[in-house]
Design a protein around this ligand. Sequence first.
Ligand SMILES: Cc1cc2nc3c(=O)[nH]c(=O)nc-3n(C[C@H](O)[C@H](O)[C@H](O)COP(=O)(O)OP(=O)(O)OC[C@H]3O[C@@H](n4cnc5c(N)ncnc54)[C@H](O)[C@@H]3O)c2cc1C
Length: 409
Amino acid sequence: MENAISAPAAGKGGPIVVAGAGYAGLHIALRLTARLRDNTLVELTLVDRHDYHQVLTELPRVAGGTRAGGAVRIPLQDVLAERVRFVQTEISGFDLAGRRLLTGAGPIGWRWLVLALGSRPDDFAIPGLAQRALSVYSASDAELVWAAVSEALDAAAAAADPQRQRRLATVVVGGGGATGVELAGELAEVLPQVARGRGQAPDRPAVLLVEAGPTILAGSSPQLIDKATRILADLGVQVRTNAVVAAATEQGFRLTDGQLVEGGVFVWAGGVKAPELVADSGLPTGHNGRVKVDQYLRALDHPEIYVAGDLASVTDPRTGHVLPPLAQVAREEGETVARNLAAELTGRPLEAFTFHDKGFVVSVGTRRGVADIAGITAGGRAAHLLKDAIEWEYRQSVTHLREWDPLAR
Ligand SMILES: Cc1cc2nc3c(=O)[nH]c(=O)nc-3n(C[C@H](O)[C@H](O)[C@H](O)COP(=O)(O)OP(=O)(O)OC[C@H]3O[C@@H](n4cnc5c(N)ncnc54)[C@H](O)[C@@H]3O)c2cc1C
């Protein structure tokens, strides 16, 4: 960790500061390392509150106890080259006029800033939700979910009353998007075994998936939704659609129709929004507080600030919709930002961002999954293997990009 502070520089050189070492920010830092190999004058700084990169797409496995939390934290010192100055600190705000990032380690000046601060869970201002439900947006969150599930199963095993046993051993997942489906599937697959290990009936634990809309995996093809629904049913997950959570109380999720959904553990995977500090930044924001950008991924009216990943509000011209908060989008945007920063330094024209959709893959349980690729829908073992392959490729790419750097150890 370093606390060095840089002053903004004029001209075509000067410090580039990347805020956030997630999917977008880490990709940009690694790609710029390679692209700037002939330009040792440009100082490249990466800032994050953690000294590790989190493989968020694998969190449902951590929350389901099938993967250790440590396995999804990649130490940044293992992947960053020496020429990247890493500052581990909390970013608290922006001095846009002075071109400084405000952090716990002091202000950090930029010539170009990249904002890649990701998202945070959106509780939609539902009363009690933030206090009552766990979220799953970091390795620590996912570890907490697994710890809470284990504790609830222990408590259920110790309870004498069968009704209380059943309630304690029920995990309620709010939100039937990809994260909710992956989490519910993973838990439904492993909990019977865990219960057996605690001397309980394997059918005692239950997993409920509560979705406000008419369908899980909203926006996906009907075929994919159908396949995922079948696998969830096979795993014993009780899916409740059109179930809108009005409040979270000590007793459980209270739905708008008055029904109470009881359980021992509550997890919220109902959506994400932009980090709070961006709302107060003075940058132009749109839906969910994401920063509005131009076609080159520069914040509107701030050509010296690039935005990538979940934080960028990018409209896909083919659909007219804002691109979803996905790792594959973050990596593609990161690639464009890295190219454009390299272009800025060499006076070449900037490149407009175009998203190339590679398809959609969701694991449903520990062995099966669903996938929509190039108009073809698959379900079952092959889709799960595809998800494994995507995650393997991602980890490889992180290492591979570093190897491009001639200054690397
Ligand atoms: C459980 C789960 C499962 C997912 N599964 C998939 C999937 O299967 N496929 C898919 O495509 N997408 C998936 N996603 C979405 C994907 O993970 C995100 O779209 C992606 O991480 C966005 O990348 P990013 O770089 O914008 O943000 P992130 O990867 O979240 O990185 C943001 C970084 O900024 C840092 N940061 C934030 N605020 C501060 C601050 N104030 N100070 C210092 N540092 C800060 C964070 O520590 C973090 O390192 C999943 C997400 C979750 C939560």
